[in-house]
Design a protein around this ligand. Structure first.
Ligand SMILES: [Zn+2]
Ligand SMILES: [Zn+2]
Length: 125
């Protein structure tokens, strides 16, 4: 019980500190720095529980393993760095994405994924 609570705490803090969507392997790596021994099965189990509790939300990217982020963030978009494979938040929304809709169509929502190179990867060149 004690151990489980500590593991869950470490996983939560990994998400809070990263402040960007994380894959299961990224969470595993970050949380291991705090609690040491931690298995991927434990990470999967806890992520599922945190999704059920409404604490986490799934970030789906085309052709990618899912990432997870804190639930309830204000509307934002995602940026996928093709060099390091990390996903970042792009706050806000400036595009009138419903502008080109055919007559009679109603827009309910949208997801936008930007692709490119993050600052770290650009600097490393
Ligand atoms: Zn990068
Ligand atoms: Zn938007």
């Amino acid at each position: 019980m004690e151990r489980n609570t500590r593991q869950r705490g470490a996983l939560r803090r990994a998400f809070q500190r990263a402040d960007r969507p994380l894959s299961t392997s990224e969470v595993l790596e970050l949380a291991r720095a705090e609690v040491g021994r931690l298995g991927i099965a434990t990470v999967y189990r806890n992520i599922r529980a945190m999704l059920d509790e409404g604490w986490l939300a799934t970030v789906s990217l085309p052709g990618e393993a899912p990432r997870y982020e804190l639930h309830g963030k204000p509307h934002h978009h995602h940026f996928h760095c093709r060099s390091c494979d990390r996903v970042f938040d792009v706050p806000g929304c400036t595009h009138d994405l419903g502008a080109g809709l055919p007559d009679g169509f109603t827009l309910h929502d949208h997801e936008v994924v930007l692709f490119g190179t993050c600052r770290d990867c650009a600097d490393a060149r």
